[in-house]
Design a binder for this molecule. Structure first.
Ligand SMILES: Cc1ncc(COP(=O)(O)O)c(C=O)c1O
Length: 400
């Protein structure tokens, strides 16, 4: 009998973390590496939020809190949903965890039985399929290619729904493609879901505020109120307020689901960090200038990167609606050989050669379920991005 549980064999370590670690190792060896693999804003947490955390420590808010969040944070989250999304969620319909990641994990662990199916449009955030597998469910991957704007169509959705479908995971704007669903595209999906009452929707809205060119964010429960009693609306402060390390995410949905998720959390991690909860409350109720400023910076960087990549021979880079990622296609480079002699027979070979030969760390598309692509996170300085794009262009020009 081995030490490790069978369930651990079903999952793999996060490929984005693996790539970031590899880049860090090369850097430690003295190599000049530009890291474009990590998915976090490069800005500091705004000052008033940091101050709220210091004040929380000094006020003695350093003990256990209720398992899934303080009453005042839950009220702040209810207020956020009302103000920004037109959604009426009572505090009792809100749960707070250690990042959006824990909310998703809790929801899947609390609801999936063996062989329950979860529809995941690809390209997807790397953790969705592994979380489903860990919970004993079956990920049903639907490829949504560059031609479809990386968006799930109502026709494709209708085809993959079965009596065993429990959830559809929708992430708009998306990691890794940056694609967003406008109201019409979202309504087309919710129309399909209305016909299948066994299917719940996990709306991952973590990139809500990072939308460009006037794109209007919408979320399923807001677009189709008749669906609200089978939607879990998930969000968090990590990306919106540059708070990735504070680990606060939240979800809102029907009370029985929220209670089940809290029960699971009560027997695993208990409450998320008390100090971070006070910081998150300050983020949600305080000045919102940071959101506007970071959005403008990210839009400028997106434009710089999209233009630079489209000038690289062999790359095609669509313009995303949001988040801080681009997901270019390398179809025209497949089969070629890099200057360093690597045969680019898939996107993993491309990403490894780009790191070794050009010193640019990106994540290969197979990790997100849609090839041949790679993901760039442009959450880094304009100067670094300009240099990275120059290196990528040189790399592509020398492939033959
Ligand atoms: C699509 C998506 N959902 C959820 C998360 C989780 O974020 P956190 O756990 O930091 O709130 C991330 C983070 O990378 C993400 O990209």
């Amino acid at each position: 009998m081995g030490l490790l549980a069978g369930r651990l064999q079903r999952i793999k370590p996060s490929p984005t973390i693996a790539m970031t670690t590899r880049a860090a190792t090369l850097r430690a060896e003295g190599r000049d590496i530009i890291g474009l693999s990590a998915g976090e804003p490069d800005f500091d947490t705004p000052e008033h939020i940091r101050e709220a955390a210091k004040a929380a420590i000094d006020a003695g808010h350093t003990r256990y809190t209720p398992v899934d969040g303080t009453a005042s944070l839950k009220r702040a989250i209810s207020g956020k949903f009302a103000r920004e999304n037109g959604l009426d969620y009572a505090p009792s319909q809100v749960t707070v965890g250690g990042g959006g990641k824990q909310i998703l994990f809790n929801a899947l662990m609390a609801t999936l039985d063996e062989a329950d199916e979860v529809i995941i449009p690809a390209p997807y955030w790397v953790s969705y399929p592994d979380m489903v597998l860990l919970a004993g469910g079956r990920p049903v991957i639907v490829e949504c290619g560059i031609g479809a704007g990386f968006r799930l169509t109502p026709e494709a959705l209708e085809t993959v729904i079965t009596p065993r479908t429990k959830w559809l995971i929708l992430n708009s704007p998306s990691n890794p493609s940056g694609a967003g669903y406008d109201r019409a595209a979202m309504q087309a999906l919710t129309d399909v879901l209305l016909r299948h009452p066994q299917v719940w929707v996990l709306a991952d809205d973590i990139y809500e505020h990072l939308v460009f060119d006037g794109f209007e964010f919408c979320t399923p429960a807001q677009v189709e109120p008749r669906l609200k009693d089978r939607v879990l609306t998930m969000n968090g402060v990590s990306k919106a307020y540059a708070m990735t390390g504070w680990r606060i995410g939240y979800g809102a949905g029907p009370e029985p689901l929220i209670r089940a998720m809290a029960k699971l959390q009560s027997q695993s991690t208990s409450n998320p960090c008390s100090i971070s909860q006070y910081a998150a409350e300050a983020a949600l109720t305080g000045p919102q200038d940071y959101i506007t400023e970071s959005r403008a910076a990210f839009q400028r960087r997106r434009d710089l990167v999209v233009a630079g990549l489209n000038a690289c021979p062999g790359l095609t880079c669509p313009t995303p609606q949001g988040a801080f990622y681009v997901y270019p296609s390398i179809r025209d480079l497949i089969g070629k050989t890099s200057a360093g002699g690597t045969l680019l027979d898939n996107d993993e070979a491309f990403a490894n050669a780009l790191l070794d030969e050009a010193g640019v760390a990106v994540v290969f598309g197979a990790a997100f379920g849609l090839s041949p692509h790679f993901r760039i996170s442009y959450a880094t300085s304009d100067d670094q991005l300009r240099e990275a794009v120059t290196r990528i262009r040189r790399f592509c020009e020398n492939c033959a």
